[in-house]
Design a binder for this molecule. Structure first.
Ligand SMILES: Nc1ncnc2c1ncn2[C@@H]1O[C@H](COP(=O)(O)OP(=O)(O)OP(=O)(O)O)[C@@H](O)[C@H]1O
Ligand SMILES: [Mg+2]
Length: 261
């Protein structure tokens, strides 16, 4: 299963990505969690100890790796370099592992406008493509907020976009945009997780905005989840109740995955 978690800023993408990754790992799957947000913080949500967290170097900043694999220096735009750099060993050798989840932090590519062809971008795109199309592990990508970056294609080929929404019009608008963009780049399935839910009315509001079969379920607003963020704990470790809600979502995702396989 390869999924990209998307949605408006602050809706809970990283919280959900981390909990889902932990849960798959707990259930015995090999999991690669990909932090595809330039403002990377998935490691914190996965509960990585501070020294490990501090030692993380995003792939896009690994200058030697990039120039070695692409035969070009980083930051060299439109010069000659390999368009098919070797990447298959990167997930294994350049990830950080904790609680059974292997984390790859992609970092920022200074794209220099759309249609960027710099060595960093080529390497990252090929790495993602390898993870999505060839790697056998469960891959969960925590994406940058919004939709602009989705056109860059790092998530191309995923089985589904999972859009996290809150019970409000603004995040639902982002969901509609993601859905349209998903179609444009060939991601057929778009599912929705309602987060920060307070009551049945919130659930109904979200459901009334979705098509049949799109909802994976709901995660209720939980003060313990916020507190976990404040104390640098993994939200997975703080609330049995929220874990149960994420389990329902995970089971539904797997059921839909099998149905459509
Ligand atoms: N179910 C929940 N109950 C309470 N607080 C939540 C819940 N889910 C997420 N939060 C809180 O909302 C805030 C934003 O969450 P998170 O960082 O996961 O969002 P995000 O979509 O990844 O944000 P960004 O767009 O900045 O990457 C955090 O403080 C988090 O603790
Ligand atoms: Mg985030």
């Amino acid at each position: 299963m390869k999924i990209a978690i998307t949605g408006k800023g602050g809706v809970g993408k990283t919280t959900f990505s981390s909990m889902l990754s932990r849960m798959f790992s707990q259930d015995g799957y090999r999991v690669v969690a990909v932090d595809a947000d330039p403002d990377a913080n998935l490691a914190l949500a996965l509960g990585f100890p501070k020294d490990t967290y501090d030692s993380i170097v995003p792939i896009s900043e690994m200058k030697n790796l990039i120039s070695d694999r692409t035969s070009a220096d980083t930051g060299s735009f439109n010069k000659m370099f390999k368009l098919n750099p070797k990447v298959d060993d990167i997930p294994e050798n350049y990830c950080k592992e904790y609680n059974g989840v292997r984390l790859l932090t992609l970092g920022t590519v200074d794209s220099g406008g759309s249609g960027c062809v710099c060595p960093e971008h080529v390497l990252l795109k090929r790495l993602c493509s390898h993870l999505i199309l060839q790697n056998k592990d469960v891959v969960i990508m925590d994406m940058e907020a919004g939709i602009e970056h989705l056109g860059r294609g790092t998530a191309q080929g995923v089985d589904a976009f999972v859009v996290v929404v809150e019970p409000g019009e603004r995040s639902l608008q982002t969901y509609r945009k993601v859905k349209k963009l998903g179609k444009d780049i060939g991601v057929k399935r778009v599912f929705v997780v309602g987060n920060k839910i307070r009551n049945k009315e919130d659930e109904e509001f979200i459901m009334s905005n979705l098509e049949d079969g799109e909802s994976l379920g709901f995660i209720y607003y939980n003060q313990d989840v916020i507190n976990s963020d404040r104390s640098n704990q993994s939200p997975y470790d703080v609330s049995e109740e929220t874990r149960k809600q994420v389990k329902v979502i995970k089971d539904k995702l797997m059921e839909l995955q099998t149905c459509n396989a």
